[in-house]
Design a protein around this ligand. Structure first.
Ligand code: CUA
Length: 657
C-alpha cells in the first residue's frame, strides 16, 4: 500500500493542472484534447530514438540535413556540395577534390532532391543521392557513415533540376537540363550563338547515370530532346518499371520573359522514357559519342582520401533515329512535379497554373503506344493523345498544385502552393477526400517511402517555402519551416512545426532501424592506409621538403604530438597531417592554427586529415584542439615558432621537453 502522503500528491496533480489552465487562459476541451494528442504523438522521451530518419535537402546551403521524425530534432548536417567548416569538408586536402568541376573548384552548390537507393522499389538505406542544380552534379552519400562518397558532374546540362531520382533497383539515377543549351547537331557544346536563335540551336538532354553494385556512378547515355525546360522526374515501378517520366515547361521555346511567354500553350509535356530500351541501345553501341567533359570525384576508402577523374566524352542517343525510347504525354499547363503511385499504374502531374491535377494511366499509355494513337510529333518524338491516356482529373485540387506523394492505402496527397494546403484525394476515384491548411506555401511534401512501392504512410511532412510568423522572428532572414502531419486516420492532423536549414526542396525518410544498424562508430586505426597517417606517437615527425613542411601529428586525450614545432619560416607551406589515435565512438579531436585561411579540422577516431597553413607573419603561433574532448581539453594545445624567410632555424619539435 502506498503511503498516504504519496496518494495525496497523486490526487493533487490534476488540481495543479486545472489551476495553471485557469491562470494561463482555458483552451476549449477540443483544443486541449488535440494539442495533448499531438504532443504525445511527436514526443520522443530523452534518450529514446525517433522512428524515422528524415533527410531534408539543404537547398542553397548545398548540404543535406538529417532530422528525427516525429520529433523534428535536427540530428546532423551532411556536407555535400558546399564547404563546411564544422568538419573541414572541402577545406581539408582529403576532401577538396570532391568539389572539383570543369569550372574549377566550386565551393558551393544548390542541392535539391534527395532520393534513397532502392531495392525492388523499396528504400534500402544503403545510399542517398542528391542533385546539384547550379553546376550540374549528382552526389551519392554513404548512409553507414553519413558522408559524401561520390560526386559526378553532368555534362551537356544546365540547371540539373529533374534529378536525382532512382530506378527501382538503383540501376540508374536520372537527371535533365532545366535550361536548354546550345547543342548543334554536328557540334554539341556549341556555346557561342545569339540567344535570339534559341529555337534553332538550343536542345535539352535527359541523362541516365548508371550505378553499379558498389555505388560507382557513370553517365551511361544522354537522350537529346527538344529545347524545352525539363523540370522534375520520377521512375516507374511495378508495371511501369523500365520507364522514367520527366515534366517539361516552355514547350513554347521562349527565351525571354518566361513568366508570360512560357505559359501560352494549353498543354506542355511529360516525357515518358523507356530507359530500359534506351539502355539496350546504348549497350549495343547505338547513338554517338560526343564531347562531354565532366568530373567524377570519389572517396578512396583505402586511404579515406577523395580523388578526381576527368571523363571527356559521353554517349548521346537521338530519339529521331532510335524508335520507342521516348513519348510525349500532353499535360496541362507547365507541369512541375511528376509522381508515380506505389502500384506504378498512375502518373500524377502538378500543373502549376492548372485548375485540375491530371492523372495519366500507364496501362492506357502503353495501349496508346501500341495503337499509335498519336496527335502529332515533335523532333521525331510521338505525342500521345491526351484523352486516350488519361485516368482522370482531380477537380478542385487547390491553387497551384505542385507535388504528390502517396500512402499505402490508395490515397494521394498534393501540395497546393498558392492556396497553402495539402489536398488528399483517392487515386481510383480522383475525388478529394480531405484537405488541411499549411503555413505557408508548401513546395514538396514527403511521406516516408511515399514515392516508392512501399510507403510507410503514418506521417507527412510539408516543406513550406514561406515561414513569416511561425517562430520567434530572426530579422529579415528566416529559416524555412516544415510541418509534420499525421495521416494515419481519415482526417489529416497537424502535429508539429520545425525549422529547416537552407531550402528543403524535397526530402526522404526511412524507418530508423534500417539505417541505424549499419552505423560505423569509428574508423579502425589498423585499416588506416592514408599515406600520411601515423599509427603511434613515436611515428610523429616534422619533415622539410624545400619550402613545404609536413607535420605528421597525432592526437589522443589530451595532447598533440608534437606540441611544439620550430624551424617554420614565412613563405613555407605547412601541411598538418593529423591522425586521431582514439578508438572510441564520438571522440573526435579538432585542430586550428591562429590566422589560418581555411578552416579547422575535425578528425574522427582512426582517421587522418590534412590542412594547410601558410604563415605570413614572424612570431610564435598557438594551435589548439577545437572539440571539447576531455576535462583537459583546454590543455590540448601547442606552438609553432615562425622565423623570418631567410632565417636558419632548423626544424625541431617535441612533446614534454
Ligand atoms: Cu582534443 Cu579537445
Amino acid at each position: 500500500m502506498k503511503p498516504a502522503k504519496y496518494k495525496t500528491l497523486l490526487w493533487g496533480l490534476p488540481v495543479v493542472v486545472i489551476l495553471s489552465l485557469l491562470m494561463y487562459g482555458c483552451p476549449s476541451q477540443q483544443q486541449l484534447g488535440s494539442t495533448a494528442d499531438a504532443a504525445q504523438k511527436v514526443y520522443v522521451a530523452p534518450g529514446e530514438y525517433d522512428e524515422f530518419y528524415g533527410f531534408m535537402s539543404g537547398g542553397y546551403s548545398g548540404q543535406l540535413s538529417v532530422y528525427g521524425i516525429p520529433s523534428g530534432r535536427h540530428l546532423y548536417t551532411i556536407p555535400v556540395f558546399s564547404q563546411e567548416a564544422t568538419n573541414a569538408y572541402g577545406y581539408s586536402e582529403e576532401s577538396k577534390p570532391m568539389l572539383n568541376t570543369t569550372h574549377g573548384f566550386v565551393p558551393w552548390g544548390d542541392s535539391h532532391h534527395p532520393e534513397l537507393s532502392q531495392t525492388d522499389g523499396v528504400p534500402d538505406g544503403r545510399w542517398i543521392f542528391i542533385n546539384e542544380n547550379n553546376t550540374p552534379r549528382i552526389a551519392r552519400i554513404n548512409l553507414s557513415t553519413f558522408t559524401t562518397d561520390e560526386i559526378i558532374e553532368i555534362p551537356n546540362s544546365a540547371g540539373n533540376h529533374a534529378s536525382s531520382f532512382v530506378t527501382p533497383n538503383t540501376e540508374y539515377v536520372s537527371a535533365a537540363t532545366r535550361f536548354s543549351i546550345p547543342m548543334d547537331d554536328e557540334n554539341l557544346n556549341n556555346e557561342d550563338v545569339p540567344i535570339s536563335e534559341y529555337k534553332e540551336h538550343f536542345k535539352g538532354t535527359l541523362s541516365f547515370i548508371k550505378v553499379n553494385d558498389e555505388g560507382k556512378m557513370e553517365v551511361d547515355f544522354q537522350i537529346l530532346v527538344p529545347g524545352f525546360n525539363y523540370d522534375l522526374s520520377h521512375s516507374g515501378k511495378g508495371p511501369s518499371d523500365g520507364w522514367a517520366f520527366f515534366t517539361s515547361y516552355n514547350s513554347e521555346q521562349a527565351h525571354t520573359l518566361l513568366e508570360v511567354n512560357a505559359s501560352k500553350n494549353d498543354k506542355d509535356f511529360i516525357a515518358a522514357v523507356n530507359w530500359r530500351k534506351a539502355a539496350e541501345y546504348a549497350a549495343a553501341g547505338e547513338g554517338r559519342m560526343v564531347k562531354g567533359k565532366h568530373y567524377r570525384n570519389y572517396v578512396d576508402h583505402n586511404t579515406h582520401t577523395s580523388k578526381s577523374e576527368v571523363i571527356e566524352e559521353v554517349r548521346v542517343l537521338d530519339p529521331s533515329e532510335l524508335e520507342g525510347i521516348i513519348y510525349f504525354l500532353p499535360t496541362p499547363k507547365s507541369p512541375h512535379g511528376v509522381d508515380v503511385d506505389p502500384s506504378g499504374q498512375y502518373i500524377v502531374a502538378g500543373g502549376k497554373p492548372s485548375t485540375v491535377i491530371p492523372v495519366h494511366s500507364f496501362e492506357k499509355m502503353e495501349q496508346a503506344i501500341e495503337n499509335e494513337d498519336f496527335e502529332g510529333e515533335i523532333d521525331g518524338i510521338p505525342v500521345l493523345n491526351y484523352d486516350s491516356i488519361l485516368h482522370g482529373e482531380v477537380e478542385n485540387p487547390g491553387l497551384g498544385p505542385l507535388h504528390t506523394e502517396f500512402d499505402d492505402r490508395g490515397n494521394a496527397y498534393t501540395t497546393a502552393f498558392i492556396s497553402s494546403e495539402i489536398v488528399k484525394w483517392d487515386l481510383e476515384t480522383t475525388q478529394v477526400v480531405d484537405r488541411i491548411a499549411t503555413y505557408y506555401s508548401p513546395g514538396h511534401l514527403m511521406i516516408p517511402g511515399g514515392d516508392s512501392r512501399k510507403p510507410w504512410g503514418k506521417y507527412l511532412v510539408s516543406l513550406n517555402k514561406i515561414t513569416k510568423d511561425r517562430y520567434l522572428p530572426t530579422g529579415p532572414e528566416l529559416f524555412h519551416s516544415a510541418q509534420l502531419i499525421d495521416i494515419s486516420g481519415e482526417k489529416m492532423q497537424l502535429l508539429l512545426d520545425f525549422p529547416t536549414e537552407g531550402e528543403p526542396h524535397y526530402a526522404q525518410a526511412i524507418p530508423a532501424d534500417i539505417v541505424r544498424q549499419n552505423q560505423v562508430k569509428f574508423y579502425k586505426l589498423e585499416d588506416n592506409n592514408h599515406p600520411d597517417a601515423v599509427k603511434a606517437e613515436d611515428e610523429t615527425r616534422v619533415v622539410r621538403d624545400g619550402n613545404e613542411v609536413h607535420v605528421y601529428m597525432s592526437t589522443i586525450r589530451t595532447h598533440f604530438a608534437p606540441d611544439n614545432i620550430e624551424g617554420i619560416k614565412v613563405g613555407d607551406k605547412v601541411y598538418f597531417h593529423v591522425t586521431n589515435l582514439e578508438q572510441d565512438w564520438d571522440i573526435p579531436h579538432g585542430f586550428a592554427v591562429k590566422g589560418m585561411n581555411n578552416s579547422e579540422l575535425l578528425v574522427m577516431p582512426g582517421e587522418t586529415r590534412t590542412i594547410t597553413w601558410e604563415p605570413k607573419q614572424v612570431g610564435v603561433i598557438p594551435f589548439y584542439c577545437t572539440d571539447f574532448c576531455s576535462a583537459l581539453h583546454q590543455e590540448m594545445q601547442g606552438y609553432v615558432r615562425v622565423s623570418p624567410r631567410n632565417s636558419n632555424v632548423e626544424i625541431s619539435y617535441g612533446t614534454g621537453q
